[in-house]
Design a protein around this ligand. Structure first.
Ligand code: SAH
Length: 354
């Protein structure tokens, strides 16, 4: 029977090695065998659990930050509210419920979701039936209005390129076939660009670095829009300002495994380098903030205490565990980071420092 591995092996045999980005893209989004295409992922039964699935507090607090930013920018009466990669739609559902406390905001908002997987889009549509929402497979060009945008664990799912440093050159890694199996190869000619030049100062011979060039492009489009028309973008992901080494990872049934074992069955992601997203955006950006500090600044402990008042027994225990999981440095509090983009002449959004 055909599977993604045999399709890729045949393709590489006839057309030559493919860039790492192309391999990741096929694994995640292949129209028949892609991981996101096929599976009802996320939550306890999926391969991983994301912050909005852990607790409603996550979406509520982000909504509060967005709401305050909207007020700080003069409460514009027509805005675009967007989420990139909404998964099961939980984050948007929690945010929209929170926005109900400010009907003027909801009335002003035209809601757009950017989702590549038709399977997940159906789940989102079912969850968000009561709202008028437009879906897009790719970032659309928005109406000329303030843009309020959230992306949680979106950039880590975008295909990255990897480069190996040899001397003062960087060579792009590829995926090739050897003895009928997939493995890493290397382009013969070096690649040159601004972001690789930046990394000459903090890498040495033999180091691998990664560039999220599709993420950089998306960030530029968003940044240009925010500079011209106002708004804010909040990006949350696991990663750092810059990473070093091969961070590509594959997860299946909650276990890490080799990225080539069974393409299409694996969730493949890479640490997000926020530097390229920030610098390429062209607009003002906050300091990179850990998720724990970000949520703490927005008042997660007060919100958690408030919610705890109506809970007891098992429900209370899991609520306390969820609070810890989102914020504790040993859980998601440190490895996950938040970055915001905002117009050059506007205040930094709540939860962030400039
Ligand atoms: N934000 C959600 C889900 C994160 S998983 C949460 O926090 O629970 C990544 C999401 O991005 C999925 O919805 C996936 O289908 C979507 N996605 C991945 N690559 C994409 C792409 N290139 N364009 C649009 N959506 C994409």
């Amino acid at each position: 029977m055909k599977n993604l591995k045999s399709i890729l092996v045949n393709q590489i045999k006839s057309e030559g090695p493919i860039p790492v980005s192309r391999y990741i893209e096929q694994c995640l989004l292949h129209p028949i065998f892609g991981y996101y295409t096929k599976r009802p992922i996320f939550g306890g039964k999926g391969d991983f659990i994301t912050s909005p699935e852990i607790s409603q507090m996550f979406g509520e607090l982000i909504a509060m930050s967005i709401l305050q930013t909207w007020i700080d920018q003069g409460s514009p009466s027509q805005i675009v509210l967007t989420e990139l990669g909404p998964g099961r739609g939980t984050l948007m559902a929690d945010m929209l419920r929170t926005f109900k406390m400010c009907p003027e905001f909801l009335e002003a908002a035209e809601i757009h979701m950017v989702e590549a997987s038709s399977n997940l889009r159906r789940i989102q549509e079912a969850k968000l039936q009561e709202y008028k929402i437009s879906w897009h497979e790719k970032l659309p060009s928005f109406e000329k209005r303030h843009l309020f945008l959230i992306a949680n664990e979106f950039f880590d799912a975008l295909p990255i390129e990897q480069f190996l440093r040899e001397g003062d050159n960087f060579f792009k890694r590829t995926v090739k076939v050897s003895d009928g199996n997939l493995e890493f190869g290397l382009e013969k000619k070096p690649t040159k660009n601004y972001f690789l030049d930046l990394r000459l100062s903090d890498t040495s011979n033999g180091d691998i670095i990664e560039l999220n060039l599709s993420g950089a492009k998306i960030s530029r489009n968003i940044g240009d829009h925010i500079n011209n028309f106002g708004g804010v973008a909040i990006f949350i992901d696991y990663g750092d300002w810059r990473s070093l080494g091969d961070t590509l990872q594959a997860v299946k049934d909650h276990e890490f495994c080799n990225v080539f074992v069974s393409p299409g069955e694996l969730d493949i992601s890479a640490h997000v380098d926020f530097e390229i997203l920030a610098l390429n955006s062209g607009c003002a950006f906050s300091k990179l903030t850990t998720q724990g500090v970000f949520l703490e600044r927005l008042g997660i402990t007060e919100r958690a205490n408030n919610l705890a008042k109506s809970l007891k027994g098992k429900a209370l225990e899991s609520h306390i565990a969820a609070h810890r999981r989102l914020t504790h440095p040993e859980e998601m509090g440190s490895i996950f980071k938040a970055l915001s983009l905002f117009p050059k002449n506007s205040p930094c959004p709540p939860g962030f420092e400039q």
